[in-house]
Design a protein around this ligand. Structure first.
Ligand SMILES: [Zn+2]
Length: 305
């Protein structure tokens, strides 16, 4: 698409000549170098002004953030890596929600001390939890534990997408979800020595379950990944609200998931529970005890039905 700007000197619309010019700005006492487009009139060579000034301010700020190895989108990614809403993230750090909103919308440029905190907690959950612990008095116990459970629920984006993949066109009850997730990770570990999700499985009365199961399902519902619907028998089913991102998975991971989904599809909770009770990893552990992946070699999707 051709860009057209108005030249006040020539009194008409012209197709400008565009050059890149390096400009230096001072932001929070630091020099920021930025390449900007400059437009000139092809007839009189006057500089023409683009009304899109907002975007140039955005570029300057973003360039400043790069000095800290950050960007506006990274600020949001850092918050999301903890599975927290803007409000809970702000509270955890003792900041106002408005601050976070303004930063993430690029309405305001974070001060140096805020940027240092972003860098401290980037890819560093234990550092974030340290800050959270320091703010416990301010938060009160109830809110503190709520945030702590969300952050330590280990729900990374790949794990979330396994839920979405399992539930795609296949709405399931809580029990069915447990069996699918457990089977996928143990099958995957058996096939190529790695689980797909970051969930941990423990011995539950009705078979292996993932640790923190209610907190995790609540989190998925709260963050609008899945919703609860009632079926004809008034049972609660979980239904995804978004499509899974398939590019997150390697081919053997997709194969392991499909293998499990095919086998478990249409089976009710009783059948699934009876089958999972024949798994050595369940038989040899006690209630609440972690089921180690060393049992993956004994996981048998084909038999014991
Ligand atoms: Zn002109």
């Amino acid at each position: 698409m051709k860009k057209i700007l108005y030249c006040f000197n020539c009194n008409k619309d012209v197709e400008p000549i565009c050059d890149l010019q390096t400009n230096i700005y001072i932001v929070h006492k630091q020099q920021v170098q930025i390449k900007e487009e400059v437009f000139n009139c092809p007839l009189c060579n006057n500089e023409l002004f683009d009304e899109n000034l907002d975007s140039s301010l955005y570029n300057i700020y973003n360039e400043y953030l790069k000095l800290y190895d950050l960007s506006f989108s990274k600020l949001k990614e850092i918050r999301e890596s903890f599975n927290l809403s803007q409000e809970l993230f702000a509270k955890s750090l003792g900041w106002s929600k408005r601050t976070i909103v303004r930063y993430e919308n690029a309405d305001s440029l974070p001060q140096n001390q805020y940027l240092q905190i972003y860098n401290k907690i980037k890819n560093n959950k234990s550092e974030f939890i340290n800050i959270l612990k320091n703010n416990r008095g301010l938060l009160g116990d109830e809110l503190y534990f709520k945030i702590f459970n969300i952050v330590s629920a280990e729900l990374d984006i790949k794990t979330i997408n396994v839920f979405l993949y399992v539930l795609k066109d296949n709405f399931l009850t809580k029990t069915q979800i447990m069996k699918n997730l457990f089977s996928i990770d143990f099958q995957s570990f058996k096939d190529y020595s790695k689980p797909i999700t970051s969930l941990k499985y423990v011995h539950g009365t009705y078979g292996p379950i993932f640790d923190n199961k209610d907190a995790i399902l609540n989190l998925l519902v709260k963050q609008n990944y899945i919703e609860m619907v009632n079926n004809e028998e008034d049972k609660i089913l979980f239904k995804p609200t978004v499509e899974p991102d398939l590019f997150l998975f390697k081919k053997p991971e997709l194969e392991a998931m499909d293998k499990v989904l095919d086998k478990l599809k249409g089976k009710n909770a009783t059948i699934l529970t009876n089958w999972s009770h024949k798994f050595k990893g369940w038989i040899e552990t006690n209630d609440g005890e972690l089921i180690s992946y060393s049992y993956a070699k004994d996981f048998d999707l084909q038999n014991n039905w």
